[in-house]
Design a binder for this molecule. Structure first.
Ligand code: ADP
Ligand code: ASP
Ligand code: MG
Length: 414
C-alpha cells in the first residue's frame, strides 16, 4: 500500500479539494490510504472555539466562523440538496452536544474533544466529494484505529492495539480515507500534538508495512531552508532518515519530528512532493546518501528566550543544580533548544509554548541569579560553512553560539 498525507493547505478551499482529486487520479487510487488534516487553518479556528468555551466568552462567534467556513466549501462542491449538508450539520450537532454535556474542567481533555471536529468535518466533505465525482472510497473514523493513552493533546500510541485495529479495518485494494492528528484512548478522543497528521501517516505506514509514504505540500519538497524566512532556497532531492530526524529535531517544520522513526524502522521511503506540481519527484527521504545536493541547511526558531542561570554565592553550577533546573524546566513544559554551561553559569535557550515561563522565573529567582532575554531567534545551520555562518550573523546581534561537527547554532537578536 501507499500512504498519502494531505495537509491543511491542500484542502483549504473548494478548488484545492478538486486539485487533490486530480493528484489522486494521476497517482492511482488502488491500494492507497489517504490521511487528511483539517482544512486550511481550521485547527487554529477550533482552538479559538476552545478558548471561547472555557472563558465563556465569544463561543457563538467562534463557532459561527468554523461553521460558515465549512458550509460555504460544501455549497461550492455540492448541489443544495446533497446529503453532505446534513452530515456537516450533524457533526456540528455533536459538537453542541459536547458543550451541553461536558462537566470536565480539564483544558487538554476539552481541547481534544473540540479540535477533532476539524479533521472529522474535512474528511467527511472530501470523502463525499470523491464519491460524487466517481472516486470510490472507504471513509474510516481513525479513532477506532489509533489507540493511545489518555495524555490529551500529546497522546502516546499503543502500537500493538493500533496495528491490530488497522490491519483488521483497512481495505487493501481500495482508497481508504482517514483523519490525521486525532486518535482515541478507547473512551475519549485524544490528539497526537499539533501538526500531527504527518505522524498519523507514519503510524499507518508502519502498521501496514507500506510501500511508501507521500506527504503532499504547497512546496516542491524539502528545501534547504524555510522559504517564508529565506530567499533563494534549493530543493533537497535526497536525504537520509538520520538527516531528516536531525532537521526535524532542530525545528524544520516541513516534516513532523515523530514521523520519521517508524518509517526508518521498516525502511519505508518518504516522499515530500508538491500538490501543485504533482508530476515532479520532490524529495525522497530514505536509506542512503545523507543529503543531496550537499549544501548548508538553515532552520530558524522564533520567540526564543535565552536564560542564564548562576548561583547566588558564586559557587559552581554542578550536577545538583543542573539536574534541579532541568526538572523544573520539564515541569513548566519549557522546551529546551540549546544548552551551554561554564563553571559559574548555565545557559539555556527555551521556548515557552505553554505560557509558563513567568512561573519558572519566579521560582528560579529565589534560588539563583537569573538573566534572560526574550524575543530571540535561534538559527541552526546543518552542514555549515563560513559563508553560511556569515549570512546568519548579518541578521542581527549574536548572543550565543554553539558548534559541533555538522551543526552550528546561533541565538540572535534580529
Ligand atoms: P501542511 O499543510 O502539510 O501541514 P505545512 O504548512 O505544515 O503543511 O508545511 C508546509 C510549509 O512548510 C511550506 O509552505 C513552507 O513554507 C514551510 N517550510 C518550512 N521549512 C521548510 C523546508 N525546509 N522546506 C520546505 N518547506 C518548508
Ligand atoms: N490539523 C492539525 C494541525 O493543524 C494537524 C495537522 O494538520 O497536521 O495541527
Ligand atoms: Mg502542517
Amino acid at each position: 500500500m501507499r500512504v498519502f498525507k494531505f495537509g491543511g493547505a491542500s484542502v483549504k478551499d473548494a478548488k484545492s479539494i478538486q486539485n487533490v482529486a486530480d493528484v489522486l487520479r494521476n497517482e492511482g487510487t488502488n491500494n492507497v490510504l489517504v490521511v487528511i488534516s483539517a482544512m486550511g487553518k481550521m485547527t487554529n479556528a477550533f482552538e479559538k472555539v476552545v478558548h471561547a468555551y472555557i472563558k465563556d466568552n465569544g463561543l457563538e462567534d467562534a463557532l459561527e466562523y468554523v461553521l460558515k467556513f465549512h458550509t460555504s466549501i460544501a455549497y461550492e462542491l455540492f448541489a443544495r440538496d446533497h446529503s453532505i449538508h446534513e452530515k456537516v450539520t450533524m457533526l456540528f450537532g455533536k459538537l453542541s452536544a459536547f458543550f451541553a454535556q461536558n462537566k470536565s474542567k480539564d483544558y487538554d481533555f476539552i481541547y481534544d474533544q473540540i479540535v477533532c471536529f476539524g479533521e472529522l468535518i474535512s474528511t467527511t466533505i472530501v470523502s463525499a466529494y470523491f464519491s460524487e465525482i466517481g472516486i470510490g472510497n472507504n471513509w474510516l473514523d481513525v479513532r477506532d484505529l489509533i489507540r493511545t493513552n489518555n495524555t490529551f493533546r500529546a497522546a502516546k500510541v499503543d502500537w500493538e492495539t493500533t496495528k491490530k485495529n488497522i490491519n483488521q479495518s483497512i481495505k487493501k485494494d481500495e482508497l481508504n480515507i482517514v483523519q490525521g492528528f486525532i486518535s482515541s484512548d478507547g473512551t475519549n478522543t485524544t490528539t497526537l500534538g499539533r501538526e500531527g497528521s504527518d505522524f498519523t501517516a507514519g503510524i499507518f505506514a508502519y502498521c501496514l508495512g507500506a510501500e511508501s509514504v507521500t506527504i503532499w505540500k504547497d512546496v516542491d519538497g524539502v528545501l534547504n531552508a524555510d522559504p517564508r524566512a529565506f530567499d533563494d532556497t534549493t530543493l533537497l532531492e535526497q536525504i537520509s532518515y538520520e538527516e531528516a530526524i536531525e532537521m526535524a529535531f532542530y525545528g524544520a517544520s516541513v516534516i513532523h519530528p515523530k514521523t520519521i522513526k517508524p518509517l526508518q524502522n521498516l525502511e519505508i521511503p518518504l516522499h515530500v512532493r508538491s500538490f501543485v506540481n504533482y508530476e515532479k519527484p520532490g524529495t525522497t527521504v530514505s536509506k542512503g546518501k545523507s543529503i543531496y545536493p550537499e549544501i548548508p541547511c538553515f532552520i530558524v526558531k522564533k520567540n526564543q528566550i535565552l536564560v542564564s542561570i548562576s548561583s547566588l554565592d558564586f559557587s559552581f553550577m554542578v550536577e545538583n543544580n543542573i539536574s534541579h533546573i532541568f526538572k523544573r524546566l520539564a515541569e513548566y513544559q519549557l522546551k529546551v533548544n540549546l544548552i551551554q554551561n561554564s563553571a559559574i553559569s548555565f545557559s539555556v535557550c527555551v521556548e515557552d509554548n505553554f505560557n509558563k515561563f513567568r512561573h519558572f522565573l519566579e521560582e528560579m529567582q529565589s534560588l539563583y541569579k537569573i538573566d534572560y532575554t526574550e524575543g530571540l531567534s535561534l538559527f541552526t545551520i546543518r552542514h555549515f560553512n563560513e559563508e553560511s555562518r556569515k549570512a546568519i550573523l548579518k541578521r542581527g546581534v549574536s548572543l550565543l553560539t554553539q558548534i559541533n561537527k555538522e551543526t552550528l547554532q546561533i541565538t540572535i537578536r534580529e
